[in-house]
Design a protein around this ligand. Structure first.
Ligand code: AMP
Ligand code: MG
Length: 322
């Protein structure tokens, strides 16, 4: 299959891209689309055959459920059983990088939920994604547009590096704003459990209901595999650089370091240590280091508060072997 990249750089190109993407989705074809978190591989969430093509292109195990992106808020009640806390969260954070896990309704295919009694829903804030979802007129299941277990794509070029020849269309919306995957929260009537940290930090969710990390009521988030988002080069997290061997090693640093001597390659993710910028540049930095044939990558540890928790979670999954 030949993979076409559709630009969105001017109004005419955008209109063409939205129309072609929506037509392909309605016809049951997967299409890679930009979101504000990472690029997603979208398919009509109500069409099991279309969703099966997403699993196939990604080589994703069928045990790993898909997040469903809603065209508008009316769809929430059609796919999920909501509650007051979920509605308040949706009102505050949608469209945006927060995924809510709620009891499902039967219209959602089993393939999408991996047979679980819950469905994960969100609304993307990316203007291109929103336009395509509205034009297609159906909720879109859209996991990250990479092969399973690998680094999520934050540009259209990354999508091609992962899925060239496996999908028909990639819509190029430029680099993603947040650069890491959405926060996933299991939302009950009186508590919230964070299943994956992300751009909306735990501290902000705690204002809506008590956070309860353990009581997940049997709901699992299979994206919480130990190894995920991983470069092929072994990656280790270090507190500081003293004593670390630097021979043929790359450094992934969230702020500039004074002691650069001896590293074969260095990626500084933010000149000011701004965690938003670090998150936005994280996967591109990992990919560049991964392409350099290094023996290993050292990643500097950071404080695990706010967005730091989400970035550290990604680094830990990238560092996990097997
Ligand atoms: P991604 O591959 O980045 O799109 O993330 C999808 C992840 O969302 C999955 O790996 C799960 O962790 C989570 N997820 C999706 N659907 C559900 C669900 N029904 N229940 C719990 N977690 C879910
Ligand atoms: Mg993924």
């Amino acid at each position: 299959m030949k993979t076409a990249i559709l630009p969105t750089s001017d109004d005419a190109a955008l209109a063409t891209a939205v129309e072609r993407a929506a037509d392909a989705l309605v016809a049951g074809e997967p299409v890679a689309l930009p979101t504000e978190t990472v690029y997603g591989l979208a398919a009509d969430a109500l069409n099991p055959l279309a969703c099966a093509r997403v699993f196939e292109a990604k080589e994703r195990p069928l045990s790993d459920p898909l997040i469903v992106h809603l065209p508008d808020l009316d769809w929430l009640d059609r796919l999920a059983q909501s509650n007051v806390v979920a509605l308040r969260l949706a009102e505050r954070f949608w469209p945006g990088p927060l995924t809510l896990v709620l009891p499902r309704r039967s219209v959602v295919p089993d393939l999408v939920t991996a047979g679980q009694g819950t469905v994960a829903v969100r609304m993307s804030a990316h203007p291109v994604f929103r336009a395509v979802a509205l034009a297609a007129g159906t909720p879109l299941a859209a996991p990250s547009a990479n092969r399973f277990g690998r680094i999520s794509p934050t540009t259209a070029e990354h999508v091609l590096a992962e899925l060239d020849g496996r999908i028909g269309l990639v819509v190029d919306g430029g680099p993603c704003l947040h650069g890491i995957e959405s926060t996933i929260a299991l939302v009950g009537a009186d508590r919230i459990a964070i299943l994956r940290h992300g751009p909306i930090p735990a501290e902000e969710l705690a204002e809506f209901a008590p956070l309860n990390g353990s009581g997940r009521g049997g709901v699992t988030a299979p994206g919480s595999l130990k190894s995920h988002y991983a470069p092929a080069t072994p990656l280790d997290i270090v507190e500081d650089l003293s004593g670390a061997s630097r021979e043929n090693s790359g450094l992934l640093a969230w702020h500039p370091v004074s002691d650069e001597a001896g590293f074969a390659s260095i990626e500084v993710l933010s000149q000011t240590g701004d965690l938003r910028e670090v998150a936005a540049n994280l996967y591109a930095g990992m990919r560049r280091l991964d392409a350099r044939g290094l023996n290993r990558i050292l990643a500097l540890s950071m404080p695990g508060e706010g967005l730091g928790a989400a970035i550290m979670e990604r680094l830990q999954k990238a560092a996990a072997r097997g």
